[in-house]
Every structure is written in structure tokens, then in C-alpha cells.
Write a protein of this length. Structure first.
Length: 149
């Protein structure tokens, strides 16, 4: 298959680290509800290659983000490990941030409406002074229809 050469045998990584990465790859696959065959098909590799990934024989750098995505894991989780709260927690915190942002935007919109109303009142007051009490009213032409005598 085309993607077979996408993994790298990592001599610089110790065996325990590769095994831990392999366990996390398997965990992500199972978390996504996929069989090894289904993951292999998605990645464009053989089932044996996926087995090698999960056994820690090779680290599939090219496919890490895809595998993390399948398992709903944060980027970098396969290599770094650690506690992964999953996408549910991330989505929940994003939802809370959006709610706070929406409330802030609502307050800004209300403030803008108050300012707009105030500006409108000021403009009307200014134009009322010009029409009612300025030089224009003294020299204004009466456009009312006149009756003939």
C-alpha cells in the first residue's frame, strides 16, 4: 500500500517509550470504535502495519494526528501521553468561553444602542435649534397656498 513507508523505525527512542506510544495508538483506535482493519483502511496501510504501530515497533509520525482525531484525543497526546480529558471537556470549555463572549457582546451591543440613541437625540436637538431659532427662520419663504382676493 502507498502509506507503508510512512512510519519510521526510531532507534533514538527507547523501547519503553515506543511501547507506550503503541499502547496509546491502540487506546485511540479503540476509543474511536475502530478495528485494526478499519484504522488500516483509513490510513492507507496494512493491518500488519497497524499491529506494528500498536506493538511499538514503529512510530507512524505521518499518521499521528489522524489517529488522535479518530480517538478524540488532543494533538500531541500519542507522543506526550499524560492525562487526556478528551474532546468532550475541550468542547465544554469552548462552549463556556463562547457563552461568556456572547454575554460580553450583548453588553457591548446594549452600550452601542444607548450611544446611538444619545447621538440621535443630540442631532435632533441641534437641527431643531437651526430650524426654530436661527437666521433661517427670519428669512424663510412661506410655501403655503394663497387665496386670491
Amino acid at each position: 500500500m502507498e502509506g507503508e513507508a510512512s512510519f519510521v523505525y526510531t532507534a533514538s527512542m527507547d523501547l519503553d517509550e515506543r511501547n507506550a506510544i503503541g499502547r496509546r495508538i491502540a487506546e485511540a483506535r479503540r476509543g474511536g470504535g475502530l478495528t485494526q482493519r478499519e484504522l488500516a483502511d483509513r490510513l492507507g496501510v496494512t493491518v500488519r502495519t497497524v499491529q506494528n504501530y500498536e506493538a511499538g515497533v514503529a512510530v507512524p509520525y505521518r499518521h499521528l494526528r489522524s489517529i488522535e482525531s479518530v480517538g478524540h484525543k488532543r494533538p500531541g497526546w500519542i507522543l506526550q501521553g499524560g492525562e487526556d480529558q478528551g474532546l468532550d471537556v475541550t468542547i465544554s470549555s469552548l462552549h463556556q468561553a463562547m457563552e461568556r463572549h456572547q454575554a460580553l457582546m450583548q453588553r457591548h451591543l446594549e452600550e452601542m444602542r444607548r450611544h446611538t440613541a444619545r447621538l440621535r437625540e443630540q442631532r435632533q436637538a441641534r437641527s431643531g435649534r437651526r430650524v426654530g431659532g436661527g437666521a433661517d427662520s427670519a428669512g424663510a419663504v412661506d410655501d403655503a397656498p394663497r387665496s386670491s382676493p
